[in-house]
Design a binder for this molecule. Sequence first.
Ligand SMILES: Cc1cc2nc3c(=O)[nH]c(=O)nc-3n(C[C@H](O)[C@H](O)[C@H](O)COP(=O)(O)O)c2cc1C
Length: 336
Amino acid sequence: MPIDWKNLNKPILALAPMAGYTDTAYRRLIKGIEPRVICFTEFTSADGIVYESRNTLSQLDFNPNEERPLVAQIFGKKEEHFTAAAKILEEMGVDAIDINMGCPARKVISSDHGSALLKNPAKAAKIVEATVRGTSLPVSVKTRIGIDELNLPWFIEFCKDMEAAGAQLISIHGRCASQMYTGSANWEPIYEVKKNLNIPVIGNGDIKSLDDAIKKMGNLDGIMVGRGTMGNPWLMREITAHFFDEKYSPPLTYSEKLPTLLRHCELMVESKGEKRGMKEMRKHFVGFLKGFRNARTYRNEVVHIETLAQAKKVLHNIEKEIGNEQSNKSDFFENE
Ligand SMILES: Cc1cc2nc3c(=O)[nH]c(=O)nc-3n(C[C@H](O)[C@H](O)[C@H](O)COP(=O)(O)O)c2cc1C
């Protein structure tokens, strides 16, 4: 069912697209904890979709019973490929399409994808129009507040151009592309954009806790959370419960959290097979252990895990030592 962004229950609570993280296993894990979260796929190449690249198509694997409504995010620069990719994605059964205009990676910018589109609003608008032409699904844009520096009037015009081109939602990460992930996200321009647009606007950047979500929501239609969910997949549930006036207490100790990590392992093995799945789980183990006492020592063990049985054994052994302990959240975002 196409997502009706305008009439969706507000606030919209979204899981940010994160390449290498928000695959089908991660999204199923998050949706299993909080079904009202709207998930975005990792960014996928429009060219790859059109050329039926196996790698690209495997990135778009999803479980229709557990993940919908699902937003597929695409990047690229050829307008005709956006039209064709949108059509293919609709046939695959996703519920909305998002265009990446925020990726700051040098490789992506130098090939005129991602946040490079901020340099060329006319081209960006054509890409939105081309995508809209290919599908009856709603099309949205995810971007940053600028390339090298913020020029607010210019940025508001850019967002208005995306709306005029047919975008039905815009999500904004409050950093310029040149900042990558340094400094802190500036939400003020996002609130200003919201005042000037008729479509819903979602804010993004540096939400690590329920408190951050409450402080940052402002006049927006919703928020999007990325890194804050790493090692803390309960965060979206905590935030949703707050905004919908429900009571929820997230698990606190290692022992309380462990079953969810093991569930993640199982979902990963189911979707990617044991060898690849467990290799990809290593970064999630590290994220999970962050903030626990002796995390560094355990980290060296978990990065060598190769099988599900080994994961269970190692993680249960760690439980014997720190099962009743809680993680220190201030350590949680270090080095992010
Ligand atoms: C590892 C990683 C991968 C990311 N991949 C994508 C991506 O594929 N598409 C995208 O639009 N943004 C991507 N982002 C940016 C996030 O969606 C988000 O805008 C950013 O992390 C800021 O939000 P946060 O502070 O809640 O993490 C990625 C971020 C990280 C850390």
